[in-house]
Design a protein around this ligand. Structure first.
Ligand SMILES: Nc1ncnc2c1ncn2[C@@H]1O[C@H](COP(=O)(O)OP(=O)(O)OP(=O)(O)O)[C@@H](O)[C@H]1O
Length: 317
């Protein structure tokens, strides 16, 4: 990605310069094995093989609209109405990874927040199975709160820095009535599922790297045995090789426990690696929706083509 803006590149490893030179030379003819490894870690723009998703509808969204600003608020005149969701209709099926892709400000997070009951639409509806989803429904229903869990971009800010990982992982399910012993047993299993050592449970959040913390964020969400995981820019803050590990982990978890995932990202390359289907959001409008393979190889909307053209690294490949 740095290749898209830099004229020259300096490759560093553990505080020492490994190699430096003009961008084209470093990328086209890297001399050092370490540089070659870094370049090889950038995955190509290639969708994962199309999977047939035949599960039942888990999340159904119909005609969902939401506008910020406008009439409401003291400074209404200075805040023109801004539509973040414009009659969006889509479904997420059991066992699929659905990618929601769009530029910054296109309304991805707002849609994610409405699905996890953190915001309400102005009109339209969201259902999880038969159950309507709203802020009030989340407050009222323990089942709904368990069913839909969120993984954040930076799980560090959502872990209590003074609480060890073990207690942090089991807090939700113990509050929901599970015994500490049972919750701890499941926490040990989940820490292994996310490929960390059980000793992680006895450590504090700051003792982990970004990638490890993201694994712990995923383990914490899985403690609630959700049906849907909403992952909002869950790998965006990680470097490319760690991104790849977390993506493989999510694919592995999906395969093992048949979870559905709403994968929110601005990065079409990442979405192509992990998602079964992709919806492209532009200014609150779902402009195109298809299998990841079709979106990446035969986009029909100009905006999707523009997103594809702006995938980092494309200009020098
Ligand atoms: N609570 C809010 N009040 C007013 N405007 C908001 C609020 N939340 C989001 N917005 C605005 O809505 C638009 C869409 O924001 P949203 O976070 O949903 O987009 P996004 O596609 O997820 O962007 P990003 O990738 O940058 O997070 C933005 O212009 C944002 O400023």
């Amino acid at each position: 990605m740095v290749a898209d803006i830099a004229d020259r590149i300096v490759v560093m490893r553990q505080g020492e310069i490994v190699e430096q030179g003009p961008t084209a030379q470093i990328l086209g003819d890297p001399q050092q094995e370490y540089t070659q490894k870094l370049i090889a870690a950038v995955p190509p723009l290639k969708p994962k093989p199309a999977a047939r998703v035949s599960g039942a509808e888990l999340i159904t969204i119909r005609d969902l609209s939401k506008t910020y600003g406008g009439r409401r608020g003291l400074f209404a005149a200075r805040t023109p109405a801004f539509t973040v969701s414009d009659r969006i209709s889509m479904t997420i099926r059991e066992g699929e990874i659905y990618g929601l892709v769009g530029e910054s400000g296109s309304g991805k997070s707002t849609l994610g927040r409405m699905i996890v009951g953190l915001a309400d639409p102005d009109s339209g509806e969201i259902r999880c199975g038969d159950q309507p989803v709203s802020r009030a429904a989340f407050l009222a229903s323990k089942t709904l709160r368990r069913s839909i869990q969120m993984v954040f971009q930076d799980p560090y800010s959502s872990f209590n820095p003074r609480m060890k990982i073990g207690p942090a992982l089991i807090a939700g399910s113990v509050a929901g009535g599970e015994s500490r012993a049972d919750a701890m047993r499941r926490a040990r299993e989940l820490v292994e599922l996310v490929q960390l050592d059980q000793s992680a449970l006895d450590r504090f959040p700051h003792e982990f790297s970004g990638g490890q913390r993201q694994r712990l964020g995923i383990a914490r969400a899985l403690m609630m045995q959700p049906r849907l995981l909403v992952a909002d820019e869950a790998v965006s803050a990680l470097d490319v090789s760690v991104q790849e590990q977390v993506i493989r982990l999510l694919l592995d978890i999906k395969a093992r426990i048949g979870l559905s995932i709403l994968f929110i990202t601005h990065d079409l390359r990442v979405a192509g690696q992990i998602c079964d289907r992709i919806g492209v959001l532009r200014k609150g409008v779902l402009v195109e929706e298809n299998t990841a393979e079709r979106i990446l190889t035969e986009p029909t909307h100009d905006y999707t083509r523009m997103l594809l053209d702006s995938v980092p690294g494309r200009s020098w490949r």
